[in-house]
Design a protein around this ligand. Structure first.
Ligand code: PMP
Length: 361
């Protein structure tokens, strides 16, 4: 069996141990005589899987009791709409920070529902920076502040959590959740598509503070778009993405066995440093992002000889290093090094990069 090191931005690699466990349990989960995919979501077997996953996630992230954890569908993209639908209440404005393509999409969706105040906009740097904490001047009357802590395409992240005072902070953590410990209490809502650091595509995680779950929305808001519906029904108002929920639970167990998010953060920092050092110490590769705003998870880089891009990608694939091509909107390369990318994978990539540079210099 040959497994490649897959540097995709998502769906991304899953830990081999998790896949092996799922494989061992695929025909007969724990003596039930069936796979998790075939079980009733309301049966006692699946209920135990669901509860264990939530309680492990609560421990890993130290989620306080006054937050609900929802296992939903629709991707992070649905949250771009669910956030304004549920959080605006009697307000008509929300603050947004624009730092890349994903916050831009969240803003476009927010504009369907309210007046969007763009508090910061880093498009003049091609989204290679984030605003400084001191430069942020929030509007006290906003229903919430939305930001994207890690922008997956350009590979830029905030080295701090914005202080929004009493206004709830909403974070699209799709490409950074579980990469390190975070203080959940600083947020009103955290949401993430699963396909990077949580599990397979199709599951969307929402962590929301109780008081933000409104019971009082306009009649026209569909049940499925109300956080209250999902919170009141334990994410089982309709059939949840059962297999994704189960696999996420296996990923949470894997993280716990590894030593939790502190241990994961140390590994992630080492991986990112190795790759950025390789880029910075070479005259052959470049990364445009402001060093203190560089993402630990998504590392874009360009070759100083772009005419060699196709050869670089073909030879990388030959060496078992796949999906290194940059996002179509920025070109070049991008190595996504989420939690499940082992350190050996990053070492293999930097060895390949150095060898390629010396062959083509
Ligand atoms: N936000 C961020 C930061 C992302 O990276 C992505 C997906 N790449 C999305 C939102 C969209 O997520 P989904 O495809 O789950 O809707």
């Amino acid at each position: 069996m040959t497994r490649v090191y897959n540097f995709s931005a998502g769906p991304a690699m899953l830990p081999t141990e998790v896949l092996q466990r799922a494989q061992a349990e695929i025909l007969d989960w724990n003596g039930s005589g069936m796979s998790v995919m075939e079980m009733s979501h309301r049966g006692k077997e699946f209920m135990s899987i669901a509860e264990k996953a939530e309680s492990d996630l609560r421990k890993l992230m130290a989620i306080p009791d006054n937050y609900r954890v929802l296992f939903l569908q629709g991707g992070a993209s649905s949250q771009f709409a669910m956030v304004p639908i549920n959080l605006l209440r009697d307000k008509s404005t929300a603050d947004y920070l624009l730092t890349g393509q994903w916050s831009k999409k969240a803003i476009a969706e927010g504009k369907r529902y309210c007046d969007v105040n763009i508090i910061a906009d880093t498009s003049d740097t091609n989204f290679t920076t984030v605003p400084s904490a001191e430069s942020l001047d929030f509007n006290g009357d906003a229903a919430y502040v939305h930001y994207t802590p890690n922008e997956t395409i350009v590979g830029v992240e905030y080295p701090y959590i914005p202080d929004t005072g009493a206004v709830p902070l909403v974070a699209d953590m799709s490409s950074t959740i579980l990469s390190r410990p975070i203080d959940v209490e600083k947020f009103g809502v955290i949401y993430a598509g699963a396909q990077k650091n949580i599990g397979p595509a199709g599951l969307t995680l929402v962590i929301i503070r109780d008081d933000l779950i409104s019971q009082d929305l306009p009649e026209s808001v569909p049940s499925m778009f109300r956080y209250a519906t999902h919170a009141e029904n334990g994410s089982m108002y309709n059939t949840p993405p059962t297999f994704g929920w189960y696999l996420a639970g296996l990923v949470f167990e894997w993280l716990k066995e590894l030593g939790g998010l502190e241990a994961m953060a140390e590994i992630n920092q080492r991986k990112a440093k190795l790759l950025y050092d390789t880029i910075d110490n070479s005259v052959f590769y470049e990364n445009p992002v402001e060093p203190r705003n560089r993402s630990w998870m998504n590392v874009p880089f360009t070759l100083i000889k772009p005419e060699l891009d196709a050869a670089f990608l073909a030879e990388a694939t030959q060496a078992g290093l796949t999906t290194v091509k940059g996002h179509r909107s920025v070109g070049g390369m991008r190595a996504s090094i989420y939690n499940a990318m082992p350190e050996e994978g990053v070492k293999a990539l930097v060895d390949f990069m150095e060898a390629f540079a010396s062959r083509n210099h």
